[in-house]
Write a protein that binds this ligand. Structure first.
Ligand code: KG4
Ligand code: ZN
Length: 362
């Protein structure tokens, strides 16, 4: 079957088409139109601008996705339509939902709503070059119970996953903890803004931090002169908090009369390390407590090289998405949509679907 998936929860307009036959899938198209340059001017995503851009981009992104997949007659060739209905920015989500509903009506296809975070979770099943992928063998890498750390611009949460027989027969989620204030990616973005480095902050901070490692050979170890807190690292629960860390960066910056390029590198390094230390320590505690067999990490922040390296060191069999699929895309939505459909979750009637900015995974 062929699935067309639409993702508009934040600042990427994305449409992908996936072909799945006898549990083997391949990606026919994966089109992403990024609005990063537009939002960068404002130092973060502006929901009304995101909505305007999605509305403008969706028809062209669809056209490209269909033509890349060599689909001439979608009403005959596409079997189901999947769409992100939350969590995310509601004005942005609505554009995708309305567009998906129009297509479902026009082509007379079932419409499957997808949780964006479930999409990030499924991203670990995708192979780098979109080559043919055996779903069963990918899923067999997951042993249950599993612990998933989802880290993006809007979320930081630890989920316990249990399942009897893989996603088609139903994964069961239990939320173990989440951030009480800022998400990890949001903290990267805000710290970058404080240091006037640009948006999105994650890739910029991580690049700067990697320069600190190499350019100061005397400090090749993990010890730096700037020390930042590791909020909630010793708390007994599985919650996170990154707002205090962000404030600590602000105070550090205020104390320093001139932010030299080297000091910026050092702050970036120490900030990144503080986030990573907390993420890994909490994940480790969850793995130990629930005797998890597999660790899964998903979301935009997993693009972070240092986080990937340390995750692999602490959990040698950790499942990480290919960097290409860490950020928002519609391939992961197509896959999650396929599982939902297989799972016989009723496809929504056209015009019945609602955007839910705070949609929970568990
Ligand atoms: O999943 P995502 O693309 O969108 C949301 O669903 O939020 O995540 C975007 C977040 C942004 O906050 C961005 O700064 C962060 O992921 N990010 C990173 C890196 N690349 C992107 N954070 C840390 N290091 C990176 N290399
Ligand atoms: Zn995301």
């Amino acid at each position: 079957m062929k699935i067309l998936a639409i993702e508009t929860s934040c600042d990427e307009t994305a449409i992908s088409i996936l072909n799945i036959k006898h549990s083997v899938f391949n990606i026919l198209s994966n089109v992403i139109s990024s609005q990063v340059k537009i939002h960068a001017k404002w130092g973060g995503v502006v929901p009304t601008l995101a909505k305007r851009e999605h509305l403008k981009n969706l028809p062209t992104v669809l056209e490209k996705a269909l033509s890349k997949a060599k689909i001439k007659n979608p009403s005959k060739e596409i079997d189901i339509i999947a769409v992100t209905h939350g969590p995310g920015l509601e004005p942005a989500l609505w554009t995708g939902i309305n567009f998906a509903e129009d297509l479902a009506k026009k082509w007379n296809k079932p419409l499957v709503p997808v949780n964006h975070m479930e999409g990030h979770l499924c991203s670990v099943l995708l192979k780098k070059n979109g080559e043919k992928t055996n779903l069963k063998s990918q899923i067999s890498k997951m042993q249950f119970p599993a612990v998933a750390l989802l880290v993006s611009g809007g979320h930081t949460e630890l989920i316990l996953i249990s399942a009897q027989g893989g996603p088609a027969s139903g994964w069961k989620y239990k939320k173990l903890g989440q951030t009480r204030d800022d998400a990890a990616g949001e903290a990267f973005d805000k710290v970058a803004k404080m240091m006037k480095l640009g948006y999105p902050g994650g890739p910029i901070i991580s690049k700067l931090a990697s320069k600190f490692d190499g350019s100061l050979p005397a400090r090749k170890t993990d010890s730096t002169s700037i020390k930042l807190p590791r909020p909630m690292i010793n708390s007994k629960d599985f919650d996170f908090s990154f707002s205090g860390l962000k404030t600590a960066v602000l105070y550090t910056i205020k104390k320093i009369p001139r932010l030299s390029p080297n000091i910026k590198k050092e702050i970036a390094y120490e900030f990144q390390q503080a986030v990573i230390d907390v993420l890994i320590s909490k994940t480790k505690r969850a793995v130990e407590k629930y005797k998890a067999q597999t660790v899964i990490v998903g979301g935009g922040v997993v693009a972070n090289k240092k986080l990937r390296k340390e995750m692999k060191k602490v959990f040698p069999k950790v499942l990480l998405p290919e960097v290409k699929y860490t950020g928002d895309n519609a391939v992961m939505i197509a896959l999650a949509g396929y599982f939902r459909y297989q799972n016989k979750k009723p496809a929504h009637k056209v015009r019945a679907l609602k955007a839910n900015g705070n949609l929970k995974i568990a």
